[in-house]
Design a protein around this ligand. Structure first.
Ligand code: SAM
Length: 279
């Protein structure tokens, strides 16, 4: 027999394509929830139908969230409220974080039921470094704002994950190539669906491929970190500057000089200087 759910908020990840990806725990929670907060009742209704579940739904999307949040949070005192988005993990380029914030502030239990997320699924397909990554979400659609957003992240030493739509893919890839340099990248499309594909190449080759042929379906772009050689050169330059300064000055003064000249963090440079001196 299934136990009744404790009151509180349940964040439930749902499939991004293949309905079999819904976990049995997620199905259990949806079956027992007193109410399911949804982005679109038609989309979630289809999922519930597929599972043979009938539970009350209430809208929770950008247009109504501010207005309905207080009442939804109040219900968590005595009811199990499940939050889902149309697909994937709620809160990830989807509404929800303010609901979690307010639920916590009100002292309600918050439980997450992890599952599909397009960003992580695409990262596993791309064959690019996974040790450090930055989730960028959707870039702005206007060219100037998009270029500024790209410039802001251009020096970050991490794999980048971006969400995009088919019609904008070509322009976004071209903007990424011009703002980041011609890095390795991947376009993962329709993950877990019939026409799933992951096309890899440089940003410029991918932007050419999609320039006049916008693909259908849902898309994640993965971009590799800045080239390692550049990083190595930077580090070699910093070490050379430190060695030279250390040959003339006491460590604190040498670090101060290099920090000022290269606009680098003094503490990090000091640690580096100590390592160079074998201390
Ligand atoms: N919360 C969702 C998640 O966990 O992935 C993302 C929601 S966001 C509004 C929707 C975007 O996710 C799409 O525009 C697309 O960029 C990406 N996406 C969702 N499903 C996808 C799929 N099956 N294949 C590729 N990208 C997908």
């Amino acid at each position: 027999m299934t136990k009744t759910l404790e009151p509180g908020l349940y964040i439930v990840a749902t499939p991004i394509g293949n309905l079999s990806d819904l976990s049995s725990r997620a199905a259990d929670i949806l079956k027992q929830a007193d109410v399911i907060a949804v982005e679109d009742s038609r989309v979630t209704g289809k999922l519930l139908n597929h599972l043979g579940i009938k539970r009350p739904m209430t809208p929770y999307h950008d247009h109504v969230a501010e207005g309905v949040r207080p009442a939804l949070v109040a219900r968590m005192a005595s009811e199990a409220v499940a939050l889902v988005s149309d697909a994937g993990t709620p809160l990830i380029s989807d509404p929800g974080y303010k609901l979690v914030r307010d639920a916590r502030a009100a002292g309600h239990a918050v439980t997450t039921i992890p599952g599909p997320c397009a960003a992580i699924a695409a990262l596993t397909l791309a064959g690019l470094p996974t040790d450090r990554f930055l989730f960028v979400g959707f870039l702005p659609s206007k060219a100037k704002a998009r270029a500024e957003a790209i410039a802001e992240i251009s020096a970050i030493r991490a794999t980048l994950i971006l969400y995009e739509s088919g019609p904008r893919l070509g322009a976004t890839l071209a903007a990424l190539a011009s703002g980041l340099g011609d890095r390795e990248a991947a376009v993962a499309r329709e993950i877990s669906k019939m026409f799933e594909e992951c096309v890899t190449g440089t940003l410029s080759s991918l932007s050419q491929r999609y320039a006049d042929a916008p693909p259908k379906g849902e898309i994640v772009i993965i971009v590799s970190p800045p080239r390692q050689e550049a990083a190595v050169t930077d580090e070699a330059m910093i070490d050379a500057a430190l060695r030279e300064a250390l040959s003339r000055l006491p460590p604190a003064k040498a670090v101060g000089e290099v920090s000022k000249a290269m606009k680098l963090d003094r503490q990090e440079l000091y640690a580096r200087a100590m390592a160079l001196q074998g201390k």
